[in-house]
Design a protein around this ligand. Structure first.
Ligand code: H2P
Length: 824
């Protein structure tokens, strides 16, 4: 577009204008009139009408970006768990009321149309949701940035329960199309794989020529990422894999129909599903293909399409930071080296100097087994040139280590990018740490443990490389949209500045002492519970325990998160009531709500799901517990459900073994919606507790040093089992098959055995302290007036956990990019 092209005008913000846009989209975009339109037609027309308002801003943002060539943050992530798009777009464009009224005038209910949307489940849990919060905040903070990822045709599987067991169904979120994406096949780029390397055709030091053997085409789809009413709309670019020649007419005409589309099927597999099951060699290979696929396309896109043609790549560090969201995109490091040395003809040393200044790495775990490694054999077969580059990076790096720590060969072996045992493999976290100019953890404790334990050798060598950025969540989605009642109450109390400056929630503190405000808060919580009860009833036929406490544990199912400890609490309570030890009247009416998906190949996690459902079935069917205890486990926990559930919760369960949860972000969402946390001193719980205060947080369990000491001494779960009669009774009840129709061998037996014999995450050691904390919860809840005061203080003191603050920290500590006001 020429510099002089007049910018498109933003359509007028009025009901009339919006109605016109909607009807035009319905007629011209969908080819139907209102009388004949399906719900999907109307949803599309509505979304497209909203899109009009954002598109002008988007084009402006892109034009400015092109003109300014300002430093940009490229967030490379295998996951973006976006959640529903329509509500967020309506909010960002300030169209909520206008759109509702416009539709109402036409006899349509906007809520019904919103319900048509299928959320893009392009992520697995916290990591993918964090990426979505971050791009929201990047746009709201006016940071030039782009998100790069994969447009999976099937997102995270749809979870169903059959006889209480998890059964995965494909999540075909695109089956009715998506009004939010804009495909750009003309900007497709080829991505090559396989083959071998040869002597270089250029004379650069270190260069080789890669002769790959096959390729796929990466086709970009653009999505708008609107800032909150600030005129900026950034871009999320997701890649879809296609075959270059996807159809062989000769084969087809010869009657070989399957053969005719073989190339297409093969290529399209790459962006078919999020996290293909990787317990088979084929699955593992597919994952590596996915990773290289999206980073190669993204680098290519930025270098060839975003930068001007004559751009001097020596200036790249002033122009971009590639933020590596965990190890999934780390193959970008050798890819950039390959481009600079083999394709651009730079000497190795020059290329390495630039490469080391453009990547920064965020680590999201503390579990050694979660740090990705790729067998050398696999990487060498799929990306032979990249493996050579990694070897050379490693060689030079290990020389540096030897210089810094002479004679310490053990250290050299520990730090090597190449692991020798059990088989030769590339440690992606090491590669990221060597190449990245910064490495950050995602909560204070996590960042400390990264330095002291997981990446300790590296921190000793480069202490300045390590930093912390505590995670955050977007207040737009997780307060303003998810909890409209609370948002109005807050805004009535302190104005609406909190939506973009969450620390302003501090101003709510005095209102915690105002009985009127507390009553209003309680009414809202009650209404949110009601809304949840209705949704669970309609969706899954689940009933809650009256208007009692909503006690929620929602997160990926993993042993370290300890859903099993939660079960021990529930069973112990049940066993106490049934045996007469606990008088029924003394028990607070509670609904235990679970939301959790288990990785399809993770047997123990799936058994835990089965057991939760079995225990739930028994408790929910027990007439004597009616109105007292309920277990609700709605299947297919996702962002849509989170937005419904979190605002209704009273108690937030954050009960991982200390030192295992990197941060957590659910914990922040709950606190911001006025739930109190029962939690260990782990991840961001530590920071939450410090901010909200010990009186408004239920701390229990071993600290991280205590847990690691106990592990080192030799942990024996049997000793806890034998010495605590209540624990023993609860475990025995599980083991006896009481909840599983007498079956002691399946899930119940397996979990009983695993907890009593190994208990890798020491649930039994924390059981007693957890039960005590739950008693404190019960007595605190009995005084609901004072509980609501604590809940309001949780909200008031959690402003730190905005992803806007996280992004500001990334800007200050890592990226050095500058916000650019769109309206300047
Ligand atoms: C992970 C960590 C969380 C962290 C999140 C975002 C991988 O998410 O375990 O502690 O908050 O990244 O940094 P999750 O377990 O939800 O998949």
């Amino acid at each position: 577009m020429s510099e002089n092209t007049p910018p498109l005008a933003v359509p007028e913000h009025s009901v009339e204008s919006f109605t016109r846009s909607f009807l035009r989209e319905l007629n011209y975009g969908r080819g139907v009139d209102l009388d004949r339109a399906s719900a999907n037609d109307k949803y599309f027309a509505l979304s497209r009408a909203v899109r009009h308002y954002l598109t002008t801003r988007w084009l402006e943002t892109l034009r400015n970006q092109h003109r300014d060539q300002a430093k940009t943050v490229a967030y490379l992530s295998a996951e973006f768990l976006l959640g529903p798009q329509l509500e967020n777009a309506l909010l960002a464009a300030d169209l909520e009321d206008i759109a509702r009224d416009a539709l109402a005038n036409l006899g349509e209910d906007i809520e019904e149309l919103r319900a048509v949307e299928v959320e893009p489940g392009l992520g697995n849990g916290g990591l993918g949701r964090l990426a979505a919060c971050f791009i929201d905040s990047l746009a709201t903070l006016n940071v030039p940035s782009v998100g790069y990822g994969i447009r999976y045709e099937y997102g995270i599987f749809k979870q169903t329960f059959v006889d209480g067991k998890q059964v995965e169904k494909p999540d075909h979120w695109l089956h009715l199309g998506s009004p939010w994406e804009l495909p750009h096949p003309e900007y497709s780029v080829p991505v090559w794989f396989g083959g071998h390397t040869e002597e270089a055709t250029n004379s650069a030091e270190g260069a080789r020529t890669w002769v790959p053997s096959w390729h796929v085409t990466a086709k970009p789809y653009n999505y708008m990422v609107p800032g909150y009413r600030n005129g900026r709309v950034n871009t999320l670019r997701l890649w879809s894999a296609r075959a270059r020649h996807d159809f062989d007419l000769r084969e087809f005409n010869a009657g070989e129909y399957t053969e005719a589309v073989r190339a297409r099927t093969f290529a399209e597999n790459i962006s078919k599903v999020l996290y293909p099951e990787d317990s088979t060699p084929q699955g593992k290979e597919l994952r590596l293909q996915q990773q290289y696929f999206f980073v190669a396309a993204s680098l290519r896109d930025f270098l060839d399409h975003v930068l001007p043609e004559d751009y001097d790549l020596h200036n790249l560090p002033n122009r971009i930071t590639w933020q590596l969201n965990d190890t999934h995109p780390v193959i970008a490091v050798p890819e950039l080296m390959r481009i600079l040395v083999d394709e651009k003809g730079w000497d190795w040393a020059d290329a390495w100097a630039v490469t080391q200044k453009v990547f920064a790495y965020t680590c999201h775990t503390l579990l050694p087994e979660a740090l990705e490694v790729w067998p050398v054999e696999l990487l060498g077969r799929l990306l032979p040139r990249h493996l050579e580059i990694i070897y050379r990076i490693n060689e030079e790096f290990l020389e540096e280590v030897r210089e810094a720590f002479p004679g310490d060969e053990l250290r050299v072996r520990r730090m090597s990018i190449i692991a020798e045992e059990p088989g030769r493999a590339v440690r992606m976290a090491h590669l990221a740490t060597v190449a990245g100019f910064k490495v950050n953890g995602v909560a204070e404790l996590h960042s400390e443990l990264l330095k002291d334990k997981v990446l300790n050798d590296f921190a000793e060598m480069w202490p300045d490389k390590f930093t912390n950025v505590t995670n955050g969540v977007t207040p737009r989605r997780f307060v303003r949209l998810a909890n409209p009642g609370l948002s109005e109450l807050i805004t009535a109390g302190i104005g609406d500045g909190w939506i973009t400056d969450l620390e302003q929630l501090r101003n709510l503190e005095p209102l915690a002492d105002d009985p009127e405000f507390r009553r209003a808060f309680r009414d809202i919580k009650g209404a949110n519970k009601h809304r949840l009860a209705q949704v669970l009833k309609d969706r899954d036929g689940i009933e809650l325990a009256g208007d009692g406490m909503v006690d929620a544990m929602v997160k990926r199912l993993h042993e370290y998160k300890r859903q099993s400890l939660k079960l021990l609490h529930i069973v112990s309570l049940y066993e106490g009531i049934k045996s007469g030890r606990i008088p029924l009247e003394s028990v607070t009416p509670r609904t235990f709500v679970f939301g959790a998906k288990a990785a399809p190949g993770y047997v123990r996690a799936k058994e835990t799901i089965e057991l939760i459902n079995a225990i739930g079935r028994t408790i929910n069917a027990d007439a004597s517990l009616e109105g007292r205890l309920k277990v609700a486990f709605p299947p297919n926990y996702n962002v849509t459900l989170a937005e419904m559930l979190i605002p209704a919760a009273d108690l937030s369960e954050q009960i991982s073994l200390a030192g295992k949860e990197a941060s957590g972000t659910g914990n922040m969402k709950f606190a911001l919606n006025g739930a109190l946390t029962i939690g260990t001193d782990d991840g961001a719980n530590v920071e939450i507790r410090k901010l909200v205060g010990d009186d408004h947080f239920f701390l229990f369990g071993m600290s991280e040093p205590e847990a690691s000491d106990l592990q080192a001494e030799g942990y024996d779960p049997g000793a806890y089992y034998e010495s605590d009669p209540q624990l023993k009774a609860a475990l025995n009840l599980i083991g006896s098959g009481h909840f599983t129709g007498g079956d002691r061998d399946g899930a119940a037996g397996s979990i009983f055995a695993s907890l009593t014999q190994r208990d890798r995450f020491m649930a039994l050691a924390d059981f007693r302290s957890y039960m005590d904390a739950q008693e404190r919860v019960e007595s605190a809840y009995a005084d609901y007036e004072s509980w609501s005061r604590s809940a309001i203080l949780n909200i008031a003191r959690s402003g730190f956990f905005s992803s806007d603050r996280s992004i500001q920290d990334y800007l200050d500590r890592i990226w050095g990019a500058k916000p650019i006001d769109q309206n300047h």
